[in-house]
Write a protein that binds this ligand. Structure first.
Ligand SMILES: [Zn+2]
Length: 234
């Protein structure tokens, strides 16, 4: 499972990018472990393309127990909301906590929240206090802002449609994976669509096809898309 971080967001972080992304990485991993009650090491989350250039996060199962959690995330990306809330809670952010309850012993991170024996090489890059980290998790936890990042297996092919462009189109923080620039056509999961995204695509002269989650309406929409692309790319 590849968690792509919006390029514009990464750019906006400036010099802090490495610390923010590393902290988000370990926060999400903690959230996943907490939400799905996984043991350390059952799922792994690693930066990609590499530790020095952290543009996306690759999530995979390393042991049996992790597989179930991954398939739930794939089936329902809104599960990430619960994961983000869990991560915030683990990082000692509790909206209902009184000042006395709030943990003041933790500074950038501690062994009760983000630090572990396994992530020692990253300890210098973990700082839960950075506003960009909390903002990211809060946006992820907010159902209205689900397009802050896109979660995809490598772009699945749509039956009968030519492969989309290899570079996604970024609109409003959302990576539009199904984009055929030469045909000026894009497709999105129905649930990812907002009026704002549609308006921005229309302004670019790009026709948007929405794909409902379930059959038969999904197959019908894919068939219409294949037809449209076939006509435009012929
Ligand atoms: Zn802590």
């Amino acid at each position: 499972l590849l968690i792509r971080l919006p390029a514009l967001w990464l750019e906006s972080l400036g010099e802090d990018v490495k610390i923010v992304v590393t902290t988000v990485q370990h926060a999400l991993l903690r959230g996943l472990q907490g939400h799905y009650q996984l043991e350390e090491g059952e799922v792994l989350l690693e930066p990609t393309p590499n530790r020095d250039d952290r543009r996306a996060l690759l999530l995979y199962e390393a042991a049996e127990g992790g597989a179930g959690a991954l398939s739930r995330l794939i089936q329902d990306s809104s599960e990430f909301r619960a994961v983000a809330l869990k991560a915030l809670e683990i990082m000692h952010y509790r909206p209902d906590a009184t000042p006395q309850e709030a943990d003041t012993r933790c500074v950038a991170g501690c062994y009760r929240c983000l630090l572990s024996y396994y992530n020692q090489p990253d300890h210098a890059l973990i700082d839960r206090r950075l506003p960009a980290v909390t903002e990211f998790l809060l946006r992820l936890a907010n159902p209205k802002l689900r397009f802050m990042m896109s979660v995809n297996e490598p772009t699945p092919l749509l039956h009968g449609c030519p492969p989309p462009d290899s570079t996604p189109l970024e609109i409003d923080g959302l990576q539009v994976q199904w984009i055929w620039r030469s045909a000026r056509v894009a497709a999105l999961e129905d649930q990812d669509h907002t009026a704002e995204i549609k308006a921005q695509l229309t302004a670019k002269g790009i026709e948007l096809m929405l794909l409902p989650l379930h059959d038969p309406s999904r197959s019908e929409a894919v068939a219409r898309l294949a037809n449209l692309l076939g006509g435009k790319l012929a």
